[in-house]
Ligand binder design. Sequence first.
Ligand code: NDP
Length: 451
Amino acid sequence: MNEIISRIKAKTPGEKEFHQVVGKVMETILPVVENNPAYRDASILERLAAPDRILIFRVSWMDDQGKVQTNNGFRIEMNNALGPYKGGLRFHPSVTLGILKFLSFEQTFKNALTTLPLGGGSGGSDFDPMGKSDMEVMRFCQSFMTELFRHIGANTDVPEGDIGVGAREIGYLFGMYRKLKNEFTGVMTGKGIGWGGSLMRPEATGYGCVYFAAEMMANRWNQTLTGKNCLVSGAGNVARHTIEKLIDMGATVLTASDSSGYIYDEEGIDPGKLAYLKRLKTVRRGRISEYADKYPAAVYTPTDATLDHHPLWSHRADCAFPCATENEINEKDAYNLVNNGIRVICECANMPCTPEAVDLFTDRKNILYAPAKAASAGGVAVSGLEMAQNNMRLTWTREEVDKQMKVIIKQLHQTCLDAAEQYSCPGNYMVGANIAGFSKVVDAMLDQGLV
Ligand code: NDP
């Protein structure tokens, strides 16, 4: 296994997030590979870690001053053994090939766990929507799609949102695809409700995470989220819907953040404050500090890049829901959480905990730790349901979609527990999720021959 990982690293120099995720997944699936000589004979690990296709393209667009700007565009079609490539588009200045490869590798297993016919992929750009006008974002999205449209399709590759790509961006991207191809198909998910989108898709990732946490707590301790104090990071799509569902389930949410800083609201974020946060972030596209200007009970702390930890994770609480970005909980943060009584860590963002933080959580038997590929699968699950509705030219009600998502999350939770039990790691959701996702994908690859 070490040799294989070394070979993968040598072939992908500098892609540190990709190496991080490959290392962590491979470590946990070792017993499965040892039990299955067919996997070794077919070099399944090397094949799994090499994307089917990587597309890199130039995206030139005109800013409001009439100046031409140029960004990189990417799409990684990772693995389609289970269905069309499926995964987000991320627009953020930090986007690199290494980040997108980590996202598409994780997405392949996450999608497999949903039981829906979905392969894995991801893409995006180093374009930063922050501070851009609507017209600049539209021109960028249109230029991005003038290349991407050649490579995607309802049965080929179906992108969706991720950091920096929300309803506005999906609208502009889809509009350009429709114009270029002269067809109206379910080529993207997260579409507007009035034009092919599914009810519940915006809420799905956040709600799904909270359903997963509730399922774990009921199963292990026969407890609910009612009365639990929760720390949430981020203030984007996933964070806001996580907060919404936590409030709905009777928990108290004490924090929210963006890249500039975080707020601690000792009275808890209530539905009125959450509605303000939503307007702040989606209509005015403002900063989280304004929350503390409006609500005096909240304390705002700006981000301090010189610190070796994030103070958001130093508050006393029962549950933590990291919803912002990768590696936002490091080893020091993990110690701070544990020392302040945390019992549940539910990953809503992709890979928000560093490997050292994950080890610290999984080593403690009194802590429930849910990895993102299981906990945040609600979003892509509802995307799969959106694709099904598009194919049938039907629209399901909010209640129907929510019901189907709950069934998927419940099954996924049980699948993780069963796989962990089978490989002698009872209650370890990380091992369970990695093994179950891996087995499903590689079995399909073997069934389909060397292609
Ligand atoms: P959004 O763009 O809506 O929100 C992202 C939030 O995280 C913002 O508050 C942003 O702050 C903050 N953030 C982003 N990058 C950083 C950073 N480097 N440091 C600190 N804060 C940061 O994205 P989503 O809510 O859609 O996505 C959040 C996470 O959830 C990502 O990891 C994504 O991959 C994952 N995810 C999303 C799904 C979805 O359905 N959207 C599905 C499954 C997982 P700021 O505005 O200041 O940048």
